[in-house]
Design a protein around this ligand. Structure first.
Ligand SMILES: Nc1ncnc2c1ncn2[C@@H]1O[C@H](COP(=O)(O)OP(=O)(O)OP(=O)(O)O)[C@@H](O)[C@H]1O
Ligand SMILES: [Mg+2]
Length: 254
């Protein structure tokens, strides 16, 4: 289990995360939903400490990792970075490296795996995301969906205890969304523990075992997709879901 405790983050006067506590069980696929600007990306970024919060800890393997300034020890942060793999909206591949080299990079530099072995592992992960025939391609010769699948292979190849996805499909052309969602679904089926920020609500309903509704710095609700979407307890979540459901109405469906 990974525990997030007392996580608070503000930007100047803007309190974005207010004492967040979250227990992530092995194999959990947690979707984070909530209005724009509510702190979903900030939550993911603080968990991996790409953003430095005012307070908070992450507990992994019985180690309590301080996230606040002055509380984080270098050795602990190294464990944190090895334990978490982030997939960004814009995939962030090295454009001067091939797909294979992108997947190998972290294994060689962070995990110190010998190159030949890293290459073998990288190829197996490219195969898992259906891109073994693109190993030698540079990002500019790959579609957005393919680049995102390389980014997912790169994150999975590090064998992180926790995969973090921040709107992995929102920068893609609609026709490419499905292939990336399929890849994420395969990772979920393979038992990866993950937190996913996504506006693909149908996907969230099918793939997540837990959904968290975040608003005004708080986790307002935390439940199964059925509980969250079919039986929201709070007025705010009810309103949020009504807004989403409107997009499924005939007026908006092509
Ligand atoms: N680097 C930053 N400096 C100042 N304010 C920031 C910074 N990053 C985020 N914020 C603010 O923090 C709040 C939460 O932002 P965040 O990006 O986490 O929201 P979000 O829920 O991911 O939104 P969206 O659904 O639009 O991606 C917003 O009000 C945003 O303006
Ligand atoms: Mg965001």
């Amino acid at each position: 289990m990974i525990r997030v405790r007392n996580l608070s983050k503000k930007f100047r006067q803007n309190v974005v995360l207010d004492d967040i506590n979250l227990d992530i069980n092995q194999g959990d696929v947690i979707a984070v939903i909530g209005p724009s600007g509510t702190g979903k990306s900030t939550l993911l970024r603080c968990i991996e400490r790409l953003e430095v919060p005012e307070s908070g800890t992450v507990e992994i393997e019985d180690r309590v990792i301080g996230l606040a300034p002055g509380k984080a020890r270098r050795k602990d942060l190294s464990l944190l970075h090895r334990s978490c793999g982030m997939v960004f909206q814009n995939w962030n591949l090295f454009y001067k490296k091939t797909a294979l080299e992108n997947v190998m990079e972290g294994m060689v530099t962070v995990k110190k795996i010998p190159k030949a072995k890293a290459r073998e592992i990288a190829l197996s992960y490219l195969d898992k995301v259906g891109l073994s025939d693109r190993a030698g391609h540079y990002p500019r010769h790959l579609s957005g969906g393919q680049q995102q699948r390389v980014a997912i292979a790169r994150a999975m190849a590090m064998e992180p205890g926790l995969l973090l996805f921040d709107e992995p499909t929102s920068a893609l052309d609609p026709e490419l969304v499905g292939e990336v969602l399929d890849t994420i679904r395969q990772a979920a089926d393979a038992g990866y523990t993950m937190i996913l920020v996504s506006h693909e609500m149908n996907f969230v309903r099918k793939v997540a075992n837990r959904v968290i509704f975040l608003e005004n710095g708080h986790i307002i609700e935390d439940g199964t997709p059925k509980e969250i979407f079919s039986n929201p307890k709070s007025e705010r979540l009810r309103q949020f879901i009504m807004k989403i459901d409107r997009l499924q109405e005939p007026d908006y469906v092509i």
